[in-house]
Design a protein around this ligand. Structure first.
Ligand SMILES: Cc1ncc(COP(=O)(O)O)c(C=O)c1O
Length: 380
């Protein structure tokens, strides 16, 4: 029997509607042309499809279509946002529990003379707006805070952080890779300047993302990829029509089903927690209520994390550790919210999604209870 997929936070399968729309943009009888080809019908049709997709994504974010820049994924969007804005001497504020796709470009900027300061989260993995405000300086150019933490699912109070940024005259970038498609993300209500999205987290294809860039004189983004001047000079490269179209369809589907899907997924996630939360030594990592529907990050105290992951063979899940060549190292996110190395190593992230069934959850609960029971006997 195939393992039950409970790793939707890592990636989602493309929705069948997405795959079907993409398949129509590949071959000679489909919409295959270069969207930048201005001299023939094929090019115009491809451009129309790309612009329709741009509109679909913009609608999901309550943005203007002209504010959407296509990229290869949230990693590139984050790089473009941070490197496109910050210059040597600027002050940059970033929480210590951001995804590496923010932390690594921030570190690269620090090596080039940007003054990087890390903001510590609270024990739920939330970023306190007052703490961010207290760290702002006159030369603070950019604050970059994720909307939803990828490990914990904790939701950050972005609109409040944005208010401080406006008051102090600095820009706000938000990595929303784990939020879009799971909760309503309205760039105007949040009042952000830049926002990163990834298609493969919302049942779109891998290899495409977008950066929302607010149309405003103070958001001057310097391109990081040059050549051809695509995307109004902000990101060059031939647009992949099939990827854009797939992203657009995924965005429209996500918007149409947002609330009902989140409710259904939250019920499944809660059923999973009820089924395993009563086991001895089990506790929830992250915020109990301010979190997205699909995430459930759990520490299994007193159990060896590596053994646990190896034993949960009927499940596809993520652990609270990163595999380096020699050993398992505990997650820096879990460590930052106060877990010990052992607790972080014994943590598992379950993430539920669109295609998870009640039967999947029942099977997962029985399997986890069985495995944890056996490992606890061994440890005892
Ligand atoms: C919060 C967050 N940011 C960025 C990324 C990277 O996104 P992509 O795979 O589109 O480059 C991920 C994916 O794991 C993520 O969870």
């Amino acid at each position: 029997m195939q393992p039950i997929y409970l790793d939707y936070a890592a990636t989602t399968p493309a929705a069948p509607e997405v795959a079907a729309a993409m398949a129509e943009c590949l071959t000679l009888d489909g919409n295959f042309a270069n969207p930048a080809s201005r001299s023939h019908l094929y090019g115009w049709q491809a451009e129309e499809a790309v612009e329709q997709a741009r509109g679909q994504l913009a609608a999901l974010l309550n943005a203007d279509a002209r504010e959407i820049v296509w990229t290869s994924g949230a990693t590139e969007s984050n790089n473009l946002a941070l490197k496109g804005i910050c210059r040597p001497g600027d002050h940059l504020l970033v929480p210590s529990i951001e995804h590496k796709a923010v932390l690594d470009p921030a570190q690269a900027l620090a090596e080039q003379g940007v003054n990087l300061e890390l903001v510590q989260p609270d024990t739920y993995g939330q970023i306190d707006p007052a703490r961010v405000a207290s760290m702002m300086r006159p030369e603070t150019r950019l604050v970059s805070v994720m909307l939803v933490n990828n490990e914990l699912g904790t939701i950050n109070p972005i609109a409040e952080i944005a208010r401080f940024c406006r008051e102090r005259g600095c820009l706000l970038h938000v990595d929303a890779a784990q939020a879009v498609g799971k909760i309503a993300v309205d760039v105007k209500a949040l009042d952000v300047d830049l926002l990163s999205v990834s298609a493969h987290k919302l049942y779109g294809p891998k290899g495409i993302g977008a950066l929302y860039v607010r149309r405003s004189a103070d958001v001057q983004l310097e391109a990081q990829i040059h050549g051809g001047g695509h995307e109004r000079g902000m990101r060059s490269g031939t647009l992949p029509t099939h990827q854009c179209v797939g992203f657009g369809v995924a965005a429209e589907l996500a918007g149409a089903e947002l609330e009902t899907e989140a409710r259904r997924i939250a019920e499944l996630r809660d059923a999973l927690w009820q089924g395993i939360g009563t086991l001895p030594g089990v506790r929830l990592n992250g915020h109990p209520s301010a979190r997205v529907a699909g995430h459930l990050n759990v520490a299994f105290d007193g159990i060896d994390g590596e053994m646990l992951l190896l034993s949960l063979r009927q499940l596809a899940v993520s652990s609270g550790s990163a595999c380096t060549s020699a050993s398992m190292s505990p997650s820096y996110v879990l460590k930052a919210i106060g877990l010990s190395d052992a607790q972080a190593l014994s943590s598992i992230r379950f993430s539920v999604g669109r295609y998870t069934s009640v039967q999947d959850i029942d099977r997962a609960i029985a399997h986890i209870r069985d495995v944890v029971g056996k490992l606890q006997v061994k440890a005892g």
